[in-house]
Design a protein around this ligand. Sequence first.
Ligand SMILES: Cc1cc2nc3c(=O)[nH]c(=O)nc-3n(C[C@H](O)[C@H](O)[C@H](O)COP(=O)(O)OP(=O)(O)OC[C@H]3O[C@@H](n4cnc5c(N)ncnc54)[C@H](O)[C@@H]3O)c2cc1C
Ligand code: FES
Ligand code: FES
Length: 1281
Amino acid sequence: MAPTNAANDAAVSFSINSQPHKVLKRAAGDDVSGDDVTSTTTLAEYLRRHQQLPGTKTMCREGMCGACVVNVTSVNPATGQPESRAVNSCMVPLQACGDWSIQTVEGIGNRKDGYHPVQARLAHMNGTQCGYCSPGMVMSMYSLLQSKGQPTPEQVEQAMDGNLCRCTGYRPILDAFKTFTGETDDSTKKLVRDIEEAAGCHGNSGANCKGTCAGCPRARTALTPAGSTWRVPSSLPQALADLSGLSVGGKTIRLVAGNTSTGVLDKYEAPADGYVSLLKIPELREVFGAAVTLSQLITELEKLSGSAGYRHCAEMARHLRLVANTPVRNAATWAGNLMIKYKHRSFPSDVFLLLTAARATLKIAEGRKMEEISVEKLYEISMANKIIISMKLPALDDKYIFKSYKITPRAISAHAYVNAAFVVPCDSATGKVTERPTLLFGGISGQFVHAENTERFLTGRCLNEASTVSGALETLRGEVRPEPDPELADVSYRARLASHLLFKVMIHTLGDKVPAHLRSAGQDLTRDLMKGTQEFETDKTLWPVNQAIPKLEAEIQTSGEAEYLDDQHEAPGELHGYYVLATVGNAVISSIDASQALAMPGVQDFVTAKDVMGSNDNVLMGQFVTFFGALGLDGKMVPTDQLFADGRVRFCGQPIGLVVADNREVARRAAALVKVHYSQQERPVLTIKEALINQPEGRQQTKLCPANLKIGDADVALEQAPHRLSGEWEVGTQFHFTMEPQSVRVVPNEDGQLNVFSATQTIKDVVDAVSHAVNVPSNKINGQVRRIGGGYGGKITNSLPVASACAVAAVKLNRPVRVVLDIENMIDMCATRLPYLISYEAGYDDSGRLLALKMHLVMNLGHSNTLLGFIEAMDVIQRVKNLYHAEHWTVTPGTVTTNQCLYTACRAPGSVQAIAAIETVMNHIAHELRMDPWEVRKANFAVGNPKIPPTPQSEDANRVVSLMVSEMFEKADIMKRKADIDSFNKSNRWRKRALAMLPMNYHVAMMSKMVTLVSIYDKDGSVAVSHGGVEMGQGLNTKPNNTLVNPNGFVTGGSVGSEMCSLAVRQACDQLKERLKPFRAPEGEPERPWQQVVQMASMMGTNLTAHTLRPWSQGYSVWGLTAAEVELDVLTGEYRFNRVDVYEDAGQSLSPWIDVGQVEGAFTMGMGLFLTEQYRYDPETGRKLTNRAWNYYPPTHKDMPRDFRVKLLKNNKNDVGIFNSKATGEPAVCMSHACLLAIQQAVAEARRDAGLNDWVTINAPSTVEYTETACETKPEMLVLS
Ligand SMILES: Cc1cc2nc3c(=O)[nH]c(=O)nc-3n(C[C@H](O)[C@H](O)[C@H](O)COP(=O)(O)OP(=O)(O)OC[C@H]3O[C@@H](n4cnc5c(N)ncnc54)[C@H](O)[C@@H]3O)c2cc1C
Ligand code: FES
Ligand code: FES
């Protein structure tokens, strides 16, 4: 029906997967029906919530994770040509989608119509694990194909720079997508043909619905409130008139170009009174028009760089490719970027620096007036009612050296610690600076841009004179005064970076005129395309066990059909909860005022501690209480947390209440209006070192855990050792960063039962916790989990309080309630990996043999004792041994409590810190003895040690370890590479390389119990399996895991989920086989068909369902060896891994591709722990300053080793594991410590050049800032000789 809507001028039309959609303004009395949307409804919300297209995921809602990427094709009003691109739907306002043709992952291929080649290849080449990132990956690649036809491998890597994956390590994703380049060999071509045939692929267009067939549903309509003002002018005068007209009376008006600033600093800005889109104005979309995106600007600059006077545009384009990431750059405009800096002066805008250095001028319009100003002048004028129209770029003579830098906490998709752009007019013959240079810096302060004094100093001087260099650097140091930026980096580092970048540009400008050993300082540290090899053996006689096949669910993951919790449709009347969290970390709540929030339309309730009908104490893993109680251990060690704080707040971020509203956005806005008043506020204790001041007992063996490792007499042996050393090493916490947020839905049933759908690794504990919280017996709570989008330990204890809080709200309101945390709340309130402080004393001889070791590992448990801490403490002291011979060792655990969340398990808990601790000692000894660190390790191996009486286990270990070592030395060419590295280091003062090797003995504890139900259906003999394991990427899924079948299950974790489930299933199958025996053909007769056997058995009343439980069992060792080679830029602290080889013993692998994927993924997560993932806090409140994807940095694919080789050791049968396999999900996290050791060795090389020969500890994470600081480069070292 045609709308009778009077405000029809506001209609916005677009299509989604070829189906027409319209947004109309609601007017009184019209009879148009449709969904209600608002001015700020994003495309992602519309797709997921209004159109039930949940294939498009959301996580960060700020352009960093790429889960929400869709493809958009629209006509450029300046050229009249269609343009196709990937965009982040989480930042696109629905009203800005006018005339767009939008493709989502569902639209390009699916189970019914056949998969798109991008989906099929990603699935079949093992590019998905938990699958939550996969739709976004697919749409980024699909968009590249739409815009580029056949891309190059470089373009593939570039296009994927906006998609994070926490599971895979990226290699298989890039491999799958690089098959679309022309550079594939014959075997890959054949593989691709087979994949596409199997997946029923339907070509490259993806247009499986034209929306023109008979019976196509009518255009869908959405409605905005009558009051909302969105203008989409098609001419500049109209835009200017709209801007001034709408802003009358002090109304706030937002110009909308890419709207990506809502992902940066405007994320939580209140909605404006009106919006004016700039996307349809042709002159703004012409070359260098203000609505030209950064991607288009890069293309134009690259084209221009071939023309005389514009060579510098190539450098500008190179730098712009480091701004944000591809989907962001596809929407973000350069003018929008300048205006972010206009609003937030300290924003380290790369665009501002580059355009200022290039002396660009801006054309700005206000009404009929037009003015042209420099970029810098923009920041001195009022921009009220003005629009930036375009920019002009003047030519720059070739005598100007144009160079820029951006130093970031990770390789891509991060904003700068410090950035800089330099224009140096230099006489190439004499090195003389012929006129005043331009030296611009970002990331220093809101005011500081030009290093004016240094510019003046350098004018007319010769760069190759020592006094020029020292004078310029001294002058710069005098004028660069960084403002404190607690969120990003220390002032002293940023000041040093400014000096070092100036030194670098001087060397760059002088080129061959500086001595050879300095030249690499002038070059950028880059990483070539990622490549890798994967080696494993498979025994065909065992297939399908041990066969390299893709996971069953892979295709539905890549097509977005795999359902995650928040993809579930809303039940009628379903409400949404949003947490109110404490904003201080150590205070008493004196009052809570939720009146403003409750007055907001759409808000239903505010739930706090007083509403909890059961217990407000959140008992984590309650099943252990009785167990440990029976052992006579102190009941107080059972962790206590609260669902909602009701007295003293123990950590900043602790939940205080839950606002419940009709939708999530209203709940979120209302939560911000809840006022909590505090009294008795004290400075929070945040770190182990701070805690030890008042908890000296943490220095001693823990009371919580009386265990220790005591072999021989360490005190006496230490006394007698020829050499002694001592040290301390710290490793921080790590956010699990699951791509799927913490999510739960609780739906009350008619008879008081509760259906609890939780994204958890432990549905049994969720049910226990909910039962405790709402005082309903467990048998009335139906827990269910289908799959989760990543766990890594983050969805064990963390999922319990969220489910309980949600259940309290659902019971109180008797309505279905859903709680899905956003990234800020997840980081603020959820438990993360336990941080450790390790101290050691070691005695050793000349050969590096460790004669005595005393080590104390202090854990930060968070705000109170935890059971997990207890378990970890018992385990960690054992794991310190790794594969070394312990003669006189005393290893003790200690614990402290702090004003932090109750820390929890995270992939390889305890083992990773323990192995890193002993490996740090090995490197320390090697450093003191000036020995090759590998030789020290060898001298300490327990394996092959003649002093140890052989056992079958030790002989097996000897065999495996010596095989690994000899293969690694040979295949990874270790000796030659070490020699090359030595000579590289001798000939490069400011670049250092190092190769570190780390051997591993990872103990897999089969601490789990898995229930399984196997049913044979007598109609056709088909079989259904349900088990207690949770699918999170390891290929474990069968039927949903629920608490009816699996009432007393266990956590899926510790790498043993697949094994334990498979063992339990085998037990059930054995039972069924036994029951079917009487119905099979007697021996000697031909086998009866399966279906016949089953039907006969069923007819005779045989139970064709077996329910079994696999209890805890004996553990085993996983052996591994890693060699990591790093290259370090000493002046900035940036590093790249040139090559990493990881060997791991997977037993007789169950499924080699899955195991390779687990090894790569675990290694990558460890790289994050040891290198980039840093928490920064406000010391006064304990607030986490790094609580967004914008400032918390898991590795991207560009952080991965350039050459990444993974090898599963030759089938090394494991008698204990299912089908002789071994676990692979966790061990490789430990081996990633080799990356940190390599950095430690490279830093030691740099320090040696600086005359510092002492040992320096490299704590984790060794961020770029930390690494540079450890090199201790002094100003007087920055010389040209
Ligand atoms: C994940 C992410 C990472 C990023 N990383 C970096 C980085 O490393 N370095 C960096 O420099 N930037 C970075 N950015 C910032 C990014 O470049 C900007 O968000 C983007 O350029 C803003 O452009 P836009 O078109 O989206 O602006 P919008 O969000 O549409 O607008 C931003 C502001 O500019 C105003 N505005 C827009 N156009 C005009 C105009 N023509 N005249 C007057 N006012 C106007 C708007 O009213 C608004 O106030 C990042 C952004 C994201 C989301
Ligand atoms: S949800 Fe859009 S980029 Fe993360
Ligand atoms: S598969 Fe990429 S996040 Fe899990």
